[in-house]
Design a protein. Structure first.
Length: 195
């Protein structure tokens, strides 16, 4: 019987603690980093701990794919009296093909929550600086997204409209194969918090 998602997270947590304590060392760290200044600044002990955990986590990812163990955890977002519960990929795990389908299946629930929660708020495309946008433009982005995610502060609601690889979509380096369009709903101008 395969491990569950919760069991894999417990295993990863225990392994991370062991690496931080120095119980896990990787002896071949010199060839892993090309910049000798960074390698010297971090030091061989810390590099060994980092790469030992990273290698272990990669083995967990391979196990997930081979055994079909989901990387999904469930999260709840609340904003202005509304709430939504939706799936997301845990940062320490990877997404299976089935996980991506589950993310896509939850898109409608996330978008419905977002539409209810943004009444009376201004919409902005995230950027530096943020640009005002319209609901019609956001609807086009919604149509093109494979899945949606939301984040909230006390006064702002962030809609992330994503595509591609769920593990890479939040990083700028993955664009255009993977990515997320970010929309901010705020009373006035956005605060500048980066989500």
């Amino acid at each position: 019987m395969a491990y569950t998602t919760a069991q894999l997270l417990d295993i990863l947590n225990a392994e991370m603690k062991a690496a931080v304590r120095g119980d896990r060392l990787l002896l071949s760290t010199d060839s892993r980093i090309d910049d000798p200044v960074i390698a010297k600044a971090i030091g061989p002990q810390k590099l060994s701990q980092i790469y030992a955990f990273r290698d272990f986590r990669e083995q967990i990812h391979q196990y997930q794919i081979a055994e079909g163990v989901s990387g999904i955890v469930w999260r709840e977002c609340r904003f202005r009296g509304e709430s939504v519960r939706f799936p997301e990929i845990h940062p320490q795990l990877t997404a299976t093909a089935e996980d991506k389908l589950r993310l896509g299946a939850a898109k409608g629930v996330v978008i419905s929550f977002w539409r209810r929660a943004i009444a009376g708020l201004n919409l902005w495309r995230a950027g530096n600086p943020p640009e005002p946008t319209t609901l019609a433009r956001v609807e086009t982005l919604i149509e093109n997204a494979e899945w949606a995610d939301v984040e909230a502060t006390r006064s702002e609601l962030y809609l992330l409209l994503c595509w591609g690889n769920p593990k890479e979509s939040y990083y700028a380096w993955a664009y255009p194969e993977s990515g997320c369009d970010r929309v901010i709903a705020a009373q006035g101008q956005p605060s500048g918090i980066k989500v």
